[in-house]
Design a protein around this ligand. Structure first.
Ligand SMILES: Nc1ncnc2c1ncn2[C@@H]1O[C@H](COP(=O)(O)OP(=O)(O)OP(=O)(O)O)[C@@H](O)[C@H]1O
Ligand SMILES: [Mg+2]
Length: 463
């Protein structure tokens, strides 16, 4: 029968003896080390040992703080917006915010929550952290405890270049796109500096429902305008390369009620640009015009409505309009000290925008294109002249879809087409008729009666 042999086990007393001699050696070594080695050298030696014994980490953590000194840190804001799109069902705690001006709820990570994302095969982990600033707290006896908020971005150290040079710019770009999508378009009324108000602009959210979809106009022209706008916002590099201010000018002309103001709102809603409405009548002189214009921001539409009505003829000019054409510029705006032609105004705005303006659109509207200074109509002055004309059948179908939800043909359409063809009628007039009833048949009947009445009235007038 096989017998098993075990190595001899150390006894308890031998273990205790060994322990005693090792600790005695450590104590002697420590005393000698402390007595013989000077303090700075000792610290250095300790740091060196710690450094080599520390487990090697292959991770790098970037701290992205909410504030850069007193300034907001754009990278932090962009990351918060971006991370809201990455929140998944693993998240346990989230923060919700909404400001008065926003029409959506913001979802953000709560303290210590993490989100894992990947970019070009690199895995990154985001973590939201906040720290109460204790040192400041002592001086603040009003009970307000400032918080230092930051995001930690953790990833493989070897991927530092990809993260810093590609991932972070990608996050900024994505956040920018999201912000544009969510932007609430605003309408600013620009006021003269001496109008007794503290601010030069009065701002409200633009709640105008007009979009290119609801706008009744020639489909081909509508498509052209949308393409023109889309190309304009895409061409930052082009404008830079050719050394031109990144701006575009549109002149909208046509009778009242044909949708000029609606088109401006549709443009603003399409591009998510703010509108700045400039009332030229209020502008006293060149320098207040400059002050007002400096209130406008990038990605905006500067609107000067009814330019033909903003004109106050110079007293020296003869009163008859035929003579005024001969003797001087008719469409000049009388400012306190000088005459200001619309072309001069455009030059002035161009000059200002070429040094401090990006993605600017300027829109003039008029009911009487023929009254404008030919200099303004010269090619190159306004980039696009848009004729907002009387209603066509194409436009009527858009209105019928908007107001009555008619998306196909209707038996009344043929009759309406004939009537619209023979009579000049504005989209505003027909829109008003369509609003009178929710009932499709009654509303269309109302339109037919209105068009017939209008024809009969015009026939009477011409007799
Ligand atoms: N082309 C259109 N498409 C859809 N609705 C229109 C159109 N034109 C006018 N409307 C309707 O008529 C109303 C008045 O139109 P809008 O103020 O845009 O006309 P306008 O051309 O700016 O007139 P004005 O020259 O008097 O300023 C709009 O609120 C809208 O309901
Ligand atoms: Mg208008």
């Amino acid at each position: 029968m096989a017998t098993r042999t075990f190595p001899e086990m150390p006894t308890v007393s031998s273990l205790l003896t060994a322990y005693a001699s090792v600790s005695a050696f450590v104590m002697i070594f420590r005393t000698m080390f402390e007595q013989l080695v000077p303090l700075p050298l000792r610290n250095y030696a300790i740091d060196l040992v710690k450094h080599y014994l520390k487990p090697r980490s292959s991770e790098l953590i970037l701290l992205i703080e909410e504030k850069d000194g007193y300034n907001p840190n754009e990278m932090f804001n962009a990351a918060e917006v971006f991370l809201a799109t990455k929140i998944n069902r693993d998240s346990k705690r989230l923060r919700i915010t909404k400001s008065l001006k926003e029409n959506h709820i913001n979802i953000k990570l709560a303290e210590s929550e993490e989100i894992v994302d990947s970019f070009e095969g690199v895995e990154v982990t985001w973590k939201y952290c906040s720290q109460q600033q204790k040192q400041l707290n002592a001086e603040n006896d009003d009970g307000f405890v400032p918080e230092k908020r930051y995001l930690e971005l953790k990833f493989d150290k070897n991927k530092k270049d990809v993260i810093i040079n590609s991932y972070l710019p990608f996050v900024i770009e994505k956040a920018h796109e999201i912000k544009i999508q969510r932007k609430v378009v605003q309408l600013h009324n620009l006021r003269s500096p001496d109008s007794g108000h503290f601010s030069l602009k009065q701002t409200v959210n633009l709640d105008h429902p007009s979009t290119f979809e609801t706008l009744a106009m020639d489909q081909k022209l509508k498509k052209e305008i949308i393409e023109d706008l889309d190309l304009f916002v895409k061409r930052k590099d082009f404008y830079k390369r050719v050394g031109k201010a990144w701006k575009r000018g549109y002149l909208l002309y046509g009778p009242p009620g044909t949708g000029k103001s609606s088109l401006i709102a549709a443009m603003a809603n399409h591009l998510k640009f703010d509108i700045f409405d400039l009332q030229l009548m209020n502008v006293k002189d060149n320098s207040s015009l400059k002050d007002i214009l400096l209130e406008t921001s990038n990605r905006s539409i500067l609107v000067i409505e009814d330019i033909d009505c903003s004109i106050v003829p110079d007293r020296k000019e003869p009163s008859s309009s035929s003579e005024s054409h001969r003797d001087g510029p008719k469409d000049s705006i009388k400012l306190t000290n000088q005459m200001f032609t619309l072309s001069g105004l455009l030059n002035f705005i161009d000059g200002l925008w070429s040094c401090c303006g990006d993605e600017r659109i300027i829109v003039f509207t008029t009911n009487h294109k023929e009254r404008l200074d030919p200099a303004l109509l010269r090619p190159g002055r306004m980039d696009m002249h848009i004729n907002m004309s009387y209603l066509t059948m194409d436009g009527f179908k858009t209105l019928a879809a908007n107001y009555l939800n008619i998306h196909d043909d209707h038996r009344r359409f043929r009759e309406i087409k004939q009537l619209i063809k023979s009579k000049k009628v504005t989209p505003a007039e027909v829109a008003e008729e369509l609003m009178k009833s929710d009932n499709m048949e009654l509303a269309l009947e109302g339109v037919v009666k209105f068009l017939k009445r209008k024809r009969a009235r015009d026939d009477e007038d011409s007799e």
